[in-house]
Design a protein. Sequence first.
Length: 342
Amino acid sequence: MSATAARGAGPDRGMPLATAAPLLEVKELSVHFAIRGGLAPWRRRYVRAVDGVDLTIGRRETLGVVGESGCGKTTLGRAILRLIEPTGGQVLLEGQDILRLSGSELRAMRRHMQIVFQNPYSSFDPRFTVLNAVAEPLRTHTRLRGEALRERVVAVLEQCGMPGDMLYRYPHEFSGGQLQRIAIARALALNPKLLVLDEPTSALDVSVQAQIINLLLRLQRELELTYLFISHDLSVVQHTSDRIAVMYLGKIVELSETAALFSGGARHPYTRALLASAPMLDPELRRERIVLQGGVPDPANPPPGCAFHPRCPGAEEACAQAAPALIDIGGGHLVACHRIGG
């Protein structure tokens, strides 16, 4: 699938990307999980799953988040929606801090932000029919009942490519791709502004992945949606995202426009290694092979300074002494690296 086919005509897919005020702003967001055990079980330690993340997403923009397993991508997405309670920071949706809301205010805000999970088979109650599953958020947040409720469910299902005559079937009667379409329909039932897509295609066959990606891009154009697209698949985020944030051990180490990142503009050594590890369909195209030494550090006991320095081929003395700040090196391209930041 080519980038042009997946993203539509032109780099902006036929619509403006961001307005002056971003839809979502995340400031110093942290999620720390307390753990016990080891040689000193009385001592409480913390896993810094998300450690001081800053990012913004413009209206109708797709921000991709990539990184190896365990880097904090899913935790970041769930913390933004308060499915996991953050340890600290701010999450501003249209300027309103979600983390300060409670009760009816938080309940009202939830209709504007929804999520599509990775595994469609575990996303549904097996006792619920399709009608009950898709209608549940509508019953919770709206006054739609009876035939009006059923009509809304049918309309959103058909918008996602599922016929309206399967309302009384159960999740086990569908394939993974069909269930993911139903999950997307359920997320869109309330007309949200922000959709967190947590690896929505990784559990599907390759041919079905392309269909779901094209569906998501079409829905974004038609409904003017904003996406936070979490994935470990670089080819998927390349074809769907306007900008990409690269995470390592709970922090964003690089954030750039997609085209710049994939056309040789990656600056952080971890990003370069990540891109070099991606398979290429064209055997004529060759990338420099980058082999990182060692493994990902223990998030409960991260190394001092830059968390990547024990594996970095160009690490310097300063890298082990202080964590680098995420700085703008021009054009909104952000990098956290002492060698680049000077």
